[in-house]
Write a protein that binds this ligand. Structure first.
Ligand code: NZQ
Ligand code: ZN
Length: 383
């Protein structure tokens, strides 16, 4: 196991009717800005629950945060925060709203051009406190220190991380996810599954706690994920999926192990240039990463195939192939497309898709050997 230092300070408040706990989580007398997306919270009762819980506070609102949140929209919120002297940010939504709130919390006090936080990894020295009411189980953003923001005018999607942007708390009521459209549920299931994969499917370092924890999460996500579309109002399924998604990316399973975030990073351009949902990008790319790097990842692919998909018969090559097919099969069973051509993306689009990798100088993968050329090869396996 590799060395690590780890601290996750997020207080989790999990379960039915937990939104009513907000007054115990936000400092008394705060001027709270509630941030949310395109309005789903007004249709499913979440808005009423939050405003009722916070009636003793000065509560302002900022709505319209897009899926794959826009830098431009975040900067409008920054203006409002300054003008209204807000002192606490409450994100009510999925990963997009929480990520946007993390960026807004950082941009408010940033000296210089806030775009540098994303484009240059400029250090963040001070942020406004933030909390999250989670409405979609997927990203783990409610309990981590990362965010991903898109700048529409530049067709760029970039991430940043800072220990200062951990939410103060995450309120997680699985019942609020009942209203999600099936496609978003599927997105959440596969996104969380692939978060585990990106921290697991590298090479073994005898990190037994992390490996077994990761395998448990994958088993739960696959078994409950396959049930949830037919049982959207089953509390136990929702609760298990929600807690699994949080644990998939709250830092625990990634400590002391090599990681490979190549599917995520290569996927940013598919969202920025072709508008695919975050999870849609991942299910297209991951089988290509597995196939192209199967020798390097062999031990872990075989182990995952056996534990998660029960693949134990056949030669090494046969088991590798079956494990990659089972992974893609799971994504298709969740109702997702797994090929670029299904989105109308062609060979002639690949050069532009890998341009950001060159521009940012990324060397991806656990061996830092995935550059733009290799990424292009991986994508060409997925046409
Ligand atoms: O905007 P509204 O109207 O609220 O609708 C949203 C949105 O259209 C809807 N929704 C959310 N909760 C709902 C609901 N609809 C009905 N009932 C509910 N309870 O779902 C749609 C998608 O929401 P979004 O927040 O975009 O989804 P998700 O949580 O998948 O977040 C995706 C974003 O997170 C980033 C992605 O890149 C993408 O921008 N990620 C963030 C990470 C992190 N911070 O650690 C890691 C991830 O890998 C990911 O990159
Ligand atoms: Zn993701």
């Amino acid at each position: 196991m590799n060395n690590f230092e780890f601290c996750n300070p997020v207080k989790v408040v999990f379960g039915k009717e937990t939104i009513s706990r907000l007054p115990f989580l936000i400092p008394e007398g705060s001027r709270v800005l509630m941030l949310y997306g395109g309005g789903s919270i007004k249709k499913n009762g979440i808005y009423e629950q939050v405003t009722a819980a916070l009636k003793a506070y000065t509560l302002l609102e900022f709505s319209g945060i897009e899926a794959n949140p826009h830098y431009e929209t975040c900067m409008q919120a920054v203006e409002l925060v300054k003008k209204e002297k807000v002192d606490f940010l409450l994100a009510v939504g999925g990963g997009s709203v929480i990520d946007a709130t993390k960026f807004i919390a950082s941009a408010v006090y940033f000296e210089g051009d806030p775009w540098d936080i994303l484009a240059k990894g400029a250090p963040i020295k001070k942020v406004m406190p933030l909390g999250a009411v989670l409405t979609l189980a997927a990203t783990g953003s409610e309990m981590n220190e990362r965010a991903v923001i898109s700048r529409v005018s530049l067709q760029k999607k970039l991430n940043f991380s800072s220990p200062l942007v951990f939410p103060r708390f995450a309120v997680m009521d699985p019942e609020v996810t009942y209203s999600l459209p099936a496609h978003q549920v599927a997105n959440g299931v596969v996104d969380s599954f692939i978060h585990v994969i990106e921290q697991y499917l590298t090479y073994p370092v005898n990190a037994q706690v992390q490996d077994l924890f990761a395998e448990s999460l994958m088993k739960v996500i696959v078994s409950e994920g396959l049930k949830v579309l037919d049982n959207p109002r089953d509390y136990d399924i929702r609760a298990n999926l929600m807690w699994a998604a949080t644990n998939a990316l709250n830092g625990w399973i990634g400590q002391g192990v090599p990681q490979d975030w190549s599917s995520h990073r290569i996927g940013y351009a598919l969202t920025a240039q072709f508008g695919l949902d975050h999870a849609e990008t991942l299910v297209v790319i991951l089988p290509g990463v597995m196939r192209y790097l199967q020798k390097e990842k062999q031990e872990k692919i075989l182990r995952m195939g056996a534990v998660v998909f029960g693949i134990t018969e056949g030669s090494v090559q046969e088991r590798l192939e079956k494990s990659i097919e089972a992974t893609e099969g799971f994504f298709r069973n969740m109702g997702l497309k797994t090929r670029l051509s299904e989105y109308g993306i062609k060979e002639s689009d690949l050069d532009k898709l890998v341009e950001p990798i060159t521009q940012m100088g990324w060397k991806l993968g656990e061996h830092a050997n995935i550059d733009a050329r290799v990424a292009r090869e991986i994508l060409s396996l997925r046409l």
